[in-house]
Each structure stands twice: as C-alpha cells, then as structure tokens.
Design a protein around this ligand. Structure first.
Ligand code: DGP
Length: 127
C-alpha cells in the first residue's frame, strides 16, 4: 500500500514525532487503513491478537489536548476503528477501544492514538 501520503494533504507535521513519521511513510508500518484524516497500522508490540493504532494524520499530542476536541476528527477516528474491527472479523466477538492519557495510563507516544484490541477475551478491570 502507498504510504507517502504527506504530500497529498496539507496537515501539521512534527518531524520529531514517531507517529507523524509513520503517517508520512518515512518510518515503516503495517498499515491497515487510510483516509484523508486518519491512518491505522498494527501496533509493534501487540497486546492482543489484533492490536491496531488509529491515529489522525495531523499532530495532536493526545486525547486530552484541546485540538482533540474536534467532533469531525473524533467521528473519523471512531468510524475508522469500528470499520477496521468489522474488517478484522471482530464485529460479533467484540473488541476494546482505548485512549491512554498520561503516565498512570502508560501513554508513551504523544501523538493521539486510539488502540483497537481484540481477538481474545479481554480482562476487566485492565491492569
Ligand atoms: P501508548 O502506550 O498508549 O502511548 O501506546 C503506544 C503504542 O505504540 C504502544 O502500544 C507501542 C506502539 N509503538 C511504539 N512504537 C511503535 C512503532 O515504531 N511502530 C508501531 N507500529 N507501533 C509502535
């Protein structure tokens, strides 16, 4: 799949950000979805048989950033996540969508990303 989308879309880009570079195609990833707003790729350290990260193309530091409170952006991310989950065969079994925010939640990459986890029974409460 074509991964160098940056020239197609005039969005904010932080060259020091890992996920900006993945979105731009300058770092490799296994991409499973892309549209004009959102890119999704498989997590490098999967915590479940299906573990996909759904990210905006533009750089936003996390779901707690003011720029994340954009209805159209949130709609695009959630719509993409649900569509990917169906494509991954998780529609019936179910899946989990997770935003990690800050140190207690273990956020390690400061480019907004929605985790899509599934393919096994997921425990609750999370660890
Ligand atoms: P979080 O802890 O919520 O910030 O999640 C960051 C996730 O990003 C974590 O599950 C591992 C994943 N990750 C980190 N570096 C890379 C990478 O270079 N490629 C991919 N595909 N995933 C990465």
């Amino acid at each position: 799949m074509e991964t160098d989308h940056k020239s197609d879309y005039d969005n904010e880009f932080d060259p020091t950000c890992l996920f900006c570079r993945i979105v731009a195609g300058t770092l490799p990833s296994t991409q499973v979805y892309a549209d004009e707003t959102v890119v999704a790729f498989r997590d490098r350290h999967p915590a479940a048989p299906t573990h996909i990260l759904v990210v905006p193309r533009r750089h936003i530091s996390g779901i707690n950033a003011p720029a994340a409170e954009d209805g159209a952006l949130l709609h695009a991310l959630i719509h993409a996540a649900n569509s990917i989950a169906r494509d991954e065969g998780l529609g019936e079994r179910g899946y989990r969508l997770v935003w990690n925010v800050g140190p207690d939640a273990g956020q390690s990459v400061f480019h907004l990303h929605l985790h899509l986890l599934g393919g096994r029974s997921l425990g609750w409460p999370p660890g």
